[in-house]
Write a protein that binds this ligand. Sequence first.
Ligand SMILES: [Zn+2]
Length: 280
Amino acid sequence: MRLDRVAEDIFIVISEMYAQVTAAVIFTNQGAIVIDTLPYPAETRQMLSFIEDKLGADAVRYVVNTHCHADHVYGSYLFESATVISHDLCREILLRSGERLLARAQRENTNLAEVRLRPPQVTFANEMHLHLGPRHVRLIHTPGHTSDSIIAFTVDDRVVIAGDTMMPIPHISGGDITSLVASLRSIQELNPNFIVQGHGDVLLRGEVDEAIETNICYLVTITERVRELVERKQSLASLLSVDIEACGISRIPLDGLVGRIHQTNLNSLYQRFTTEESAD
Ligand SMILES: [Zn+2]
């Protein structure tokens, strides 16, 4: 894992094993708040020992799951003494399909052999406030990437820890574009000094607005392009003509993963629009 720092007491850990997924640690004199974990136990353990070096054992009070996806929640079980917090739907989804998906992931990837699912214990619907030591952290529902997505916002220094609501390319497969655009706007209204993206580098103050506008513009553009192709009865293969950079997104970040996410986004829109057409 790689370390970054956005405030005196806020550290970001970035996975070097899987898709540059990020997790954040907020240190206080009353213990730590961890927002997301890393997918592989080897790296979450490194994160844990980094925290223990500073605060001693069992110092993590809360683990926040920004959404139910494996790459963000699979390390929760390593923080045994912490309370796990999420959106209501995150707990529901993990209870419904978490064990089945984990068993499948473990068959495919030995790095996950020892992972155990740890469902959230405290959940909320719209917003929740965490107060620990001097820190006030707002947890806010921001659906779009998934229905259960939330962000964490540190009220004093305006750091948004965005989970996958903010990424170098929006990822909407299984999610909802209209909600994601609204959620990105609501992040913009928080006027953040930093955005910790769910994957990839931290966005600095000067980059925040442009990055959000780029992501919104991308979502609007792919919606128009795919709708047009479906209306003209073009095949699934025609999606390959929708170039990622023509939609305003660089293909470079996340070691090329953005290109695959782009195709997934197009596919899911295509499926949705063709189903809507046939229902008309
Ligand atoms: Zn993710």
